[in-house]
Design a protein around this ligand. Structure first.
Ligand code: ADP
Length: 304
């Protein structure tokens, strides 16, 4: 059986792609759809395959769908024995772009649903709703990041929602033991934390990260990196320096003021006020329960 071959990234499989195949479908020619396994795409090749499968099933098209390695070039000599055709697509469908669709999804613009191929839309919708969440708690030491993240984690676990805590103090005891508190080292520490958060979120886990994350440029970088794989929520756990110093249950502020600890955020290192926080928790005027409720409500809105 000879098949008409179509090759692409299909991230996601949209109506423009389908229209490209329409003529062969109408002629009753079976298809062979090859998905380039590009590792940089937002959707794995497997998910893309499921989208195309769902569409072909819905349209009752005879199509074989395979994932292949990425392609460097197509090479042929004389007489390959099949046609290499350029297919005309009507301009309205030709303008549909997978990049635009991905941007719409990132921006929460629902019009992508009209552009994705029939059948594939449901697969994509299910996939997106299962996307992980990273809640990134930022704030001074003793502001309440760990306490609130732990409370949120307890509630999520009771509801049998898979979640994982990433905590600055704990990470520094294990995977970032080699790092100090200089700007460079803080950046490296957060880069590693971001990587862990990313791979967890990719698997549908709700990640609760509590790191001081004092610099705005790093917070922006973390957001950009994580939004590729997850829904990212930046939570500013807010308490004044005076309150944090009073709480000082770890005795760190005292040591920092005596100069025993260097580069301590709030004392000998800056904490830049977050400019892009999705949620601000005033831990001076609200209880731990009230703060964690606010975070849970935010997560619930994402249909978890
Ligand atoms: P961080 O992780 O930001 O360094 P911690 O959660 O370890 O801070 O410590 C915060 C301290 O403040 C805890 O002792 C906690 O009981 C206390 N606290 C008082 N009010 C609140 C609140 N509303 N939210 C969070 N922590 C609070």
């Amino acid at each position: 059986m000879k098949r008409a071959v179509f090759i692409g990234r299909f991230a996601p499989f949209h109506k423009g792609h389908l229209s490209l195949m329409q003529k062969k479908i109408d002629e009753g020619i079976p298809l062979l759809i090859l998905i380039r396994d590009t590792h940089y795409d937002s959707y794995s090749a497997e998910i893309r395959k499921r989208m195309i499968q769902a569409c072909m099933k819905k349209l009752k098209v005879n199509a074989k769908i395979m994932i292949i390695d990425d392609v460097e070039s197509f090479n042929y000599g004389r007489g390959v024995g099949y046609e290499v055709c350029e297919i005309e697509v009507i301009p309205e469908l030709k303008k549909i772009s997978a990049t635009n669709i991905r941007n719409m999804i990132d921006e929460g613009d629902d019009s992508w649903k009209k552009l994705v191929a029939p059948g594939a839309d449901k697969v994509l919708k299910d996939y997106l709703s299962r996307k992980g969440v990273v809640v990134w708690f930022t704030g001074l030491s003793c502001a309440g990041k760990t306490t609130i993240a732990d409370a949120v984690s307890d509630t999520l676990r009771k509801k049998e929602i898979r979640c994982e805590r990433l905590d600055g103090d704990i990470l520094r005891e294990h995977i970032t033991k080699d790092l100090g508190f200089s700007k460079k080292d803080r950046e490296k520490n957060l880069e590693r934390a971001t990587f862990i958060a990313k791979i967890l979120a990719r698997n549908g886990v709700v990640v609760l990260s509590s790191f001081i994350t004092p610099y705005e440029f790093i917070r922006r970088k973390i957001r950009t990196e994580l939004e590729k794989e997850a829904t990212f929520i930046e939570v500013y756990v807010k308490a004044s320096l005076e309150t944090c110093k009073k709480r000082d249950y770890k005795g760190l502020y005292e040591k920092a003021e005596k100069g025993i600890i260097k580069n301590f955020t709030g004392i000998s290192d800056p904490f830049e006020e977050p400019e892009n926080a999705d949620l601000i928790l005033d831990t001076e005027n609200k209880t731990v329960e009230e703060c964690s409720e606010e975070v849970l409500r935010f997560i619930e809105k994402l249909k978890y």
